[in-house]
Design a protein around this ligand. Sequence first.
Ligand SMILES: [Ca+2]
Length: 157
Amino acid sequence: MHDQGYDGYRIVISPAGPAGSYPTDYEAENAALHDVTVHSGADGVLASNGAYVGGIDNADSSVGFTVNAPSTGIYAMTVRYANGTGTAGATHTLTVNGQSQGSATYQPTGAWLGTAAQDQVEKLTTVPVTLNGGVNHVVLGKCTGYAELDFVTLWAS
Ligand SMILES: [Ca+2]
């Protein structure tokens, strides 16, 4: 577990131009992590960037993305995830700059990320996020059920 993870270099190069310059990917394993587990090495070989975040199991478990938006507005955030818990759905709380913006919902994917090819187990869920122009803190936190996170992508909407 590591508590750092702000991807400063990516922030520097994030486009400040028109919204059409999106999408931008943010790897979960590079986020600000609290009470979670990063899976890498052989376990992460099937994930984007060779790693993903699991163990989002406890009430205080969270994954915090520092994202840069070209202007204030509503964006679509797609989350690449796996939910291997059989038929049970899962949710994460969604907090942006300290304010609740609802939740992300994860339908079952049939397996966890370490056990099968990325395209077989990962699925995409999309949530709207309202961002300020500039730097924003987007946090996904444990809510119901269980899901692993690989990366999120922000799109102009
Ligand atoms: Ca990843």
